[in-house]
Unconditional design. Sequence first.
Length: 231
Amino acid sequence: MKTIGLIGGMSWESTAEYYRHLNTLVRNRLGGLHSAKCVLVSFDFAEMVDLQHRGEWEAAAEAMGDAARKLEAAGAEAVVICTNTMHKLADAVERAAGIPLLHIVDVTAEKIKERSLKTVGLLGTRFTMEQPFYRERLQRHGIRAVVPNEADRTTVHDVIYNELCQGVLRPESKAAYLDVIERLRAEGAEGIILGCTEIPLLLNEADTDLPLFDTTFLHAEAAIRFALETV
């Protein structure tokens, strides 16, 4: 089994889900007392949020690159960035690491293509929804992403930072997200990317008849495929 390197803590609420998924997937595959081999560098998320909102992406890239080098030195054989937003810096992180990076957009796109969908709604932080890095990578896979309107983007972003990243799950927020999803359906969305690793804490497939793409689980699943490809 290969060792997976995790860049986490952004937020730790979803990093904990990564750890749970990784170990559950290995146990389901190998049985018994087997669990995932992984190493973790975990950020103080408040510090990273400050860099995000000040637009200091170069400083964030330097910190993320340093984390990737630490993972490689600790024996990691691939890097998993446990957040969608910080994949804005994925290329810089992979260069710093010197080992493969498993990109969250690529593994999500493969699942979307398996469903033969061409247009999907994208929920995430304001950075993920508004900046081009995520949608352009989806376009390379032939997938068009539609994002919520300005008011809905504000709602989605604020719930992530003010509630989900702090472990708060409110039924009113779930209802608001489902309203946003319906408006995306009206814009042509055939499925919805839960493009923030905390959103699956709030929504699941039982909440809507549109296909939901849980990026947290799909990313962890891809990491375990990599780790066990020769097992």
